[in-house]
Design a protein around this ligand. Sequence first.
Ligand SMILES: CC(C)(COP(=O)(O)OP(=O)(O)OC[C@H]1O[C@@H](n2cnc3c(N)ncnc32)[C@H](O)[C@@H]1OP(=O)(O)O)[C@@H](O)C(=O)NCCC(=O)NCCS
Length: 116
Amino acid sequence: MLAEAPGAVALIAGDAGAPLGLALFRVVADEAELLTIAADPDSRRRGVAECLLAVGREMLRGMNVATVFLEVGAANAPAISLYEKTGFHQIAMRKDYYAFSDGGRDDALIYKLEIN
Ligand SMILES: CC(C)(COP(=O)(O)OP(=O)(O)OC[C@H]1O[C@@H](n2cnc3c(N)ncnc32)[C@H](O)[C@@H]1OP(=O)(O)O)[C@@H](O)C(=O)NCCC(=O)NCCS
């Protein structure tokens, strides 16, 4: 399922009654930001997120988007592996950007993907 509105692209994998995953992009001019992506916990490691990123990339290309950015916590190994597998590369880090209620901190990593 796809939804496209001025400034946004929303993708849902599966059907509305049983969604398997979702991705949401914000679009401004020729840049997009991946705001969120998630797969249903019972459907992980089956290619759902990779498919969402592939479809999203083609939709954004069709909207003349040249660059996609995202931010991810440095401790989020599954997401980092997903992004690096799908062509994103790290361009910056915000040290101790995330603060948790237990007092813990995590760095925010900024990733970029050139669409061509
Ligand atoms: C990150 C997330 C979206 C991945 O979704 P998924 O549908 O399970 O991912 P896919 O099956 O498409 O996996 C694609 C690639 O991502 C990486 N990956 C996914 N889950 C992984 C895990 N648990 N450990 C390591 N790598 C992982 C692998 O490179 C994988 O390729 P491979 O299976 O050939 O090794 C999912 O774990 C999730 O919803 N996490 C919670 C929400 C979240 O953290 N979102 C990102 C916020 S920045």
